[in-house]
Design a protein. Structure first.
Length: 179
């Protein structure tokens, strides 16, 4: 398998999980997900390096779930992307909030993060690359509201400034606010 084929299959694997039967055919999000897949995830807070590692580990999970030789993951070169980090984090959310009576909600967690970022309206028809990149840069530079508005997780009436905590802690507090 050549690198471009593996990268394409990898993206399609992520896309199939986050978009599986979620939207009508006229509401596609190819442009948004491709854009997120082109933006390298940068950690302003060193504690968020674990989120980057989760993104890298996703490449190995892809090879496992698709019965590929593990070395195929090495063909997916480059830094962890924002798409990888968010998808890996959505998997973590589902691992924590697992409820067999409801089923797998990985895509729900992913799209909740997209919505919290303010990108929920970025279907292919309305896509604005400049807006998406600006929004993601604000998130990565922690230029969002103290309650997390403009980040992956918004917690209304949060007593802590979410700009000062790692993504993992914000996620845990967010999930805790749901129960």
């Amino acid at each position: 398998m050549i690198a471009e084929e593996v990268k394409k299959e990898y993206f399609e694997w992520i896309y199939s999980i986050v978009c599986h039967k979620r939207y009508a055919p006229e509401n596609t999000y190819d442009k948004l997900l491709n854009c997120l897949n082109e933006i390298p995830f940068k950690c302003k807070d060193a504690r968020d390096k674990n989120r980057m590692e989760d993104g890298f580990n996703l490449r190995r999970q892809f090879t496992f779930y698709n019965d590929l030789d593990e070395s195929a993951a090495d063909l997916i070169e480059g830094p962890c992307t924002v798409l990888e980090m968010m998808f890996a984090l959505a998997i973590r959310c589902e691992d924590i909030m697992d409820d067999p009576t409801i089923g797998n909600r990985t895509s729900q967690w992913f799209w909740q993060m997209v919505t919290n970022l303010g990108l929920g309206s970025m279907s292919d028809r309305l896509f604005n690359e400049e807006y998406v990149k600006e929004t993601i840069n604000k998130f990565m530079n922690r230029e969002f509201e103290p309650d997390g508005k403009g980040s992956l997780f918004r917690i209304r009436n949060c007593q802590q400034d979410l700009r000062e905590v790692e993504i993992w802690m914000a996620m845990l507090w967010y999930l805790d606010s749901l129960v």
